[in-house]
Ligand binder design. Structure first.
Ligand SMILES: *[C@@H]1O[C@H](CO)[C@@H](O)[C@H](O)[C@H]1NC(C)=O
Ligand SMILES: *[C@@H]1O[C@H](CO)[C@@H](O)[C@H](O)[C@H]1NC(C)=O
Ligand SMILES: *[C@@H]1O[C@H](CO)[C@@H](O)[C@H](O)[C@H]1NC(C)=O
Ligand SMILES: *[C@@H]1O[C@H](CO)[C@@H](O)[C@H](O)[C@H]1NC(C)=O
Length: 491
């Protein structure tokens, strides 16, 4: 399960003696996909080196209690951008799948939502999103961009409107292979064997035609499934610059390098005016990748390499601020979108998940109204379904809720009872009242993650070339790698 946590550093905001600078600080927000709090040196990791992020923590503020609004990308990011619980914008799913998996769907962050980018743009800021969006793209045709970052206040966008998935990199398997776990093999084989036995005994007559038909349907279904998996990257793993698709499908290897370069250029271009940069890293979500310079460099496989590359990128951004003399007037914030994806084991058996660490808050009560049905039992992950689902068949409800005192029991092993915690009912009353108030304040709104809004609509398919070319294209100049350029910037 991805358990919600977030971390944050604020570099001190100091006044500099220019008029706009005092009233208009710059903002750099960095979000690392699926990073675990336990992956960073400043939160106690001794084997994974993250010196640049540690430096942020050292020079700024390190938060130990800062919670993501959802344990999944799409809703968590909707909340991050708007400051509202995802359910208020229709971005909280009531179904099994809580995120967008294909690009040609009609759901997304509604236009009317007020993002921080919109507010700052109105205030005259230069605004940019570099990296992952994952909050929808189109509504009615494939270029209306009703949910595109440009519509939500980001003037400049370079990145992926979707999310990085296993399917986006060859050799990393497919997220769709997980359907295997949902096929009722046992029931199917019992049914088939029973039918066969009845046929042999002469109790049921299965015509040759019926058997052939069944076989044909089976083969067709499998062929369609593999065709879907095979073509998936072409239609869903693409890179955009503004409103234009520039690389379809993208090659991820050097993407963090390219995006870092893009971010540096944005800072250089806008050093004379207030700016907002939201750098939303594709790493460390699977399919994991790292550029040649970082591959094989960590003690934690490709996952560790990817964390190290993000850390390098953070260092590049901070060096650029220093060089442009903007450090004292820029608020820098770094966070994960939630916790790590604990079930991520690569198809070759390598551990591709982050580490949650152990929560070290003080005097924090945590109540669970329901918990996912973990597998294996008593673990904190759902290996049988690859992610924990929050719908009825996959959860256990608790009444009264399970209550933990994180100051005494950070790993949440012993649920409190009225016997072990004398103040149990008073604490529960406060929590229940807060939950009641929240529930009452939720107004009905269009569900952006309804089945209809998540289904593939061919007419919404972004396509960089033509269908018979599988939409492939390569429009951005293939500037090699940026490491030299970035190093050249120096400090
Ligand atoms: C550091 O992070 C790696 C990768 O998530 C993890 O496997 C390891 O246990 C962590 N080490 C410590 C000491 O926390
Ligand atoms: C899970 O935890 C419960 C309560 O601590 C215990 O009774 C049960 O035996 C555990 N199950 C397994 C498989 O360890
Ligand atoms: C019991 O809990 C209530 C509500 O959180 C709090 O106001 C009160 O101080 C607590 N009393 C004790 C003895 O902890
Ligand atoms: C990534 O950059 C390296 C140079 O560091 C280059 O050798 C490699 O071909 C690049 N990969 C891709 C896919 O462009």
């Amino acid at each position: 399960m991805k358990s919600p946590w977030t971390l944050v550093f604020l570099s001190p905001l100091l006044c500099v003696p220019t008029a706009w600078a005092v009233s208009k600080p710059n903002f750099i927000l960095m979000m690392v996909d699926d990073l675990g709090i336990g992956d960073l040196g400043c939160y106690g990791n001794t084997t994974l080196k993250t010196p640049h992020i540690d430096k942020l923590a050292e020079d700024g503020v390190k938060l130990t209690q800062h919670i993501a609004a959802s344990p999944l990308c799409t809703p968590s990011r909707a909340a991050f951008l708007t400051g509202r619980y995802p359910i208020r914008s229709g971005m909280a799913s009531h179904g099994l799948i809580g995120v967008y998996i294909i690009s040609a769907v009609s759901g997304g962050l509604p236009r009317e939502e007020i993002t921080f980018a919109k507010i700052l743009k109105e205030q005259g800021y230069a605004t940019a999103l570099i990296g992952k969006w994952h909050l929808g793209l189109n509504c009615e045709h494939n270029t209306d961009h009703c949910h595109h970052p440009n519509t939500h206040g980001f003037e400049h966008f370079y990145g992926i409107p979707m999310t990085n998935l296993r399917d986006c990199q060859s050799g990393h398997g497919s997220i769709f292979y997980n359907v295997r776990n949902h096929i009722p093999y046992k029931a199917l084989s019992i049914g088939l064997v029973t039918l066969l036995l009845l046929h042999i005994k002469g109790l049921v007559l299965i015509s040759r035609r019926f058997a052939l038909c069944l076989g044909a349907i089976l083969i067709m279904t499998m062929a369609l499934f593999f065709l879907w998996v095979l073509t998936f990257p072409y239609f869903n793993c693409f890179l955009m610059r503004g409103g234009e698709v520039v690389e379809q499908p993208y090659v991820s290897e050097n993407l963090t390098q390219k995006m870092t370069n893009e971010a540096i250029e944005f800072l250089e271009r806008n050093s004379e005016r207030p700016f907002l940069l939201f750098f939303s890293y594709l790493q460390v979500h699977t399919a994991l990748f790292a550029s040649p310079r970082f591959r094989g460099k960590s003690r934690h496989g490709l996952y560790g390499d990817a964390v190290m590359e993000v850390d390098w990128s953070v260092g590049q951004i901070m060096q650029t601020l220093e060089r442009l003399k903007l450090r004292e007037n820029t608020l820098v914030y770094l966070t994960s979108d939630q916790g790590p994806h604990l079930e991520e084991i690569s198809i070759h058996g390598e551990v591709h998940r982050g580490y949650n660490g152990i929560y070290k808050g003080t005097s924090i009560w945590k109540a669970f109204f329901f918990t996912p049905d973990f597998y294996p039992e008593n673990s904190t992950a759902c290996f049988h379904t690859h992610a924990c689902f929050c719908t009825e068949a996959y959860v256990t409800h608790h009444d009264p809720p399970l209550l933990y005192d994180l100051s005494k029991d950070p790993s949440e092993t012993n649920a409190l009872t009225p016997n072990s915690e004398p103040n149990f009912s008073a604490i529960m009353e406060v929590i229940m009242e807060a939950a009641r108030r929240h529930t009452q304040s939720v107004k009905a709104t269009e569900d952006q993650l309804s089945a209809l809004h998540k289904t593939w609509k061919p007419w919404l398919q972004p396509c960089c070339s033509s269908l018979h070319q599988l939409c492939m294209c390569q429009r951005d100049p293939q500037t090699g790698i940026v490491e030299n350029a970035a190093e050249g910037h120096g400090d």
